[in-house]
Design a protein around this ligand. Structure first.
Ligand code: ZN
Length: 355
């Protein structure tokens, strides 16, 4: 981490603590325009998501504390409801939305009881292929293999296994001498720097060699259609997150449209009603492009969210709604500084301390 980055983190942290502990956040909330804060997580730390890296889970008691704090000060609603109220001007308090991505099993077993205790809604964005074909995306096969082998033996075997992904093998081997053969670096490299089809083939071969069975992995991690319908009945909004969780920007426009529309149609079939909220897979600005936005609009989605931090204000772009990621390191004072408009206030004068 560079000195500049460290200093920015320190400043953002100190600013958030001052706002939070002095109660200044309540004053900032009053002077800043009405806004919608959207939180983004994946799963609650349940045994079912033990294999996921820590930046994909949040402890249930932490999540409950954050939601309870927000619910005392803001309207905590679903994405569809939040976007509607922000645009129509209905209500007076600012809005907060909890979103969870991908569709993990604990969203029904562990998240719903928390939502019910706090008395708030949430939106869960689903990939449709795990539901329709019981197939998990490549990241889960990667985590599964890494859990069994450890990173360095993984790199070694990935390289040997039929050389299905030559470029990936070369790049992965370069991580080892630099001590960067970690889950984080391996995932990042396989996500952005290799051909996705070759990577999928290589991973599939390794996964099968280790005895992996697609259906078992999907059943262990993801909800079924019955679970999703139960989530829908419990008042959780269901949103779309593509069919197979690709980096949309890497696909031609027609393939992007098929990923987005295919998911919308599947969810509508499974639920018996349309869905209107969408989240770009991975969600960084370089993970989607103007074709992704066109595809979301054409498939009937009225909002789409990213994973860049910030808050949405009235009149903001509905297809680039920012979200603040929450995981095991999530801190209430930093979320509070975003919710009250504290970081937005600084952004107005060109200082971004939120990330
Ligand atoms: Zn996702």
């Amino acid at each position: 981490m560079s000195i500049k980055h460290k200093l920015r983190r320190f400043a953002g942290e100190s600013y958030a603590r001052v706002l939070f502990h002095t109660g200044l956040h309540a004053l900032v909330d009053k002077i800043m325009p009405r806004r919608m804060l959207v939180l983004a997580g994946h799963c609650v730390s349940a045994p079912t998501c033990a294999s996921l890296p820590k930046d994909m889970k949040i402890r249930g008691d932490d999540l409950e504390r954050i939601l309870s704090w927000l619910a005392k000060r803001y309207e905590v609603v679903t994405m569809a409801e939040g976007a509607r109220r922000l645009q129509s001007g209905e209500g007076s308090r600012s809005l907060a939305v909890l979103t969870m991505d991908d569709g993990y099993r604990d969203n029904l077993t562990h998240l719903v009881p928390i939502l019910q205790r706090v008395g708030v809604g949430a939106t869960v964005y689903l990939e449709s292929r795990p539901l329709d074909a019981r197939r998990a995306n490549w990241t889960h096969k990667l985590f599964w293999c890494l859990e069994r082998m450890g990173p360095e033996p993984f790199v070694l075997r990935y390289t040997e296994i039929g050389r299905a992904d030559r470029q990936g093998s070369i790049l992965l081997n370069q991580l080892v001498p630099h001590g960067q053969a970690t889950t984080y670096h391996i995932k990042r490299l396989l996500k952005y720097e290799v051909d996705p089809l070759e990577r999928d083939r290589a991973l599939e071969a390794l996964y099968t060699e280790l005895g992996g069975v697609d259906r078992e992995l999907t059943d262990a991690l993801y909800m079924t259609w019955d679970d999703v319908r139960a989530l829908d009945r419990a008042g959780v909004e269901i949103g779309g997150h593509t069919v197979s969780h690709p980096i949309l920007a890497k696909l031609p426009a027609d393939a992007q449209a098929a990923e987005v529309r295919g998911c919308a149609e599947s969810l509508q079939r499974g639920l018996g009603h349309p869905v209107t909220s969408f989240a770009y897979p991975f969600g960084r600005n370089w993970d989607f492009d103007s074709s992704s936005i066109d595809a979301a609009r054409a498939a009937g989605f009225t909002t789409a969210t990213t994973t860049h931090a910030g808050v949405q204000e009235r009149g903001g772009d509905s297809y680039r709604i920012p979200r603040v990621m929450i995981d095991e390191d999530a801190q209430l004072h930093r979320i509070a500084a975003e919710a009250c408009g504290g970081y937005a206030l600084l952004r107005r004068i060109g200082i971004d301390l939120s990330a």
